[in-house]
Design a protein around this ligand. Structure first.
Ligand code: SF4
Ligand code: SF4
Length: 236
């Protein structure tokens, strides 16, 4: 089997790492450095040996690109946004209560209530389509915040840098749809010209994209870059 595209890289949770260096011993590329605690994303090939060896569960493999989010219906979005707004308001009240509390117990109760409310609001927003930083929703939100910062100390430069660094995966899905549409169109043109369609159709097991490649060519997913090992031959 040919070498596959890199689809994941390893990341280390420093709070869990006990510095026993097992990940360093098993890493085939020298990507895991326990001196500076960094796993070099350039050297890491995403093989997962370090995660399997780590006794502390400190290493995770994260995908280089995520599949697009599932679209949510308005029936889900409207109540989720309404509840998130309500929770945001409740959090503000709890923070004000904590700040103005005259005794320690009330202050701690207000702060704990604010934190709990924030967690629920964050979950609601994830359910409302803000699960991934790679989503179009999140990109649109960041762009809106850069254009109209909500406060003077909003870190607009950092937000712009995030927009540069994090690819928008809905754009990748559009590209995959275009590629599939083009492949279908090409096949139809070939058929019309009397030529037999000499293509193979694959489905990407990583992101779900369906696409064609000319027979004999090595398939690579046009949406997420997954290689042959992660592709299922559907027709061909
Ligand atoms: S995933 Fe593989 S290459 Fe990457 S740090 Fe872990 S062992 Fe090394
Ligand atoms: S194997 Fe796990 S606990 Fe040990 S040094 Fe590596 S990351 Fe830390």
């Amino acid at each position: 089997m040919m070498a596959t595209e890199k689809t994941h890289i390893a990341v280390r949770n420093l709070r869990l790492c006990t510095k026993d260096c097992l990940c360093l011993y098993v890493c085939p590329t020298g990507a895991s450095d326990t001196e500076n605690s960094i796993i070099d994303p350039e050297k890491c090939i995403g093989c997962g040996e370090c995660a399997a060896a780590c006794p502390s569960g400190a290493i995770s493999l994260v995908p280089l690109s995520y599949p697009p989010q599932q679209a949510k219906s308005e029936t889900v979005l409207a109540p989720a946004f309404a509840m998130a707004r309500e929770k945001a308001h409740t959090e503000q009240l709890a923070r004000a209560l904590a700040a103005s509390a005259e005794d320690e117990g009330t202050g701690r109760l207000g702060a704990a209530f604010a934190r709990a409310t924030r967690l629920v609001a964050e979950d609601l927003l994830r359910e409302s389509g803000y699960m991934l930083p790679q989503s179009k929703n999140t990109h649109d939100l960041l762009r809106a915040l850069v254009t109209a910062p909500p406060s003077e100390d909003f870190p607009a430069a950092a937000a712009e840098r995030l927009l540069e660094l994090i690819p928008e995966n809905d754009a990748a899905e559009d590209a995959a749809v275009d590629a599939t549409a083009n492949a279908v169109e090409d096949t139809a043109t070939d058929a019309a010209a009397g030529a037999p369609p000499a293509t193979c159709t694959y489905r990407c097991l990583m992101c779900g994209a369906v696409f064609d490649v000319p027979e004999g060519e090595t398939p690579v997913c046009p949406a997420c870059g997954a290689g042959e090992d992660y592709l299922e031959l559907i027709v061909g």
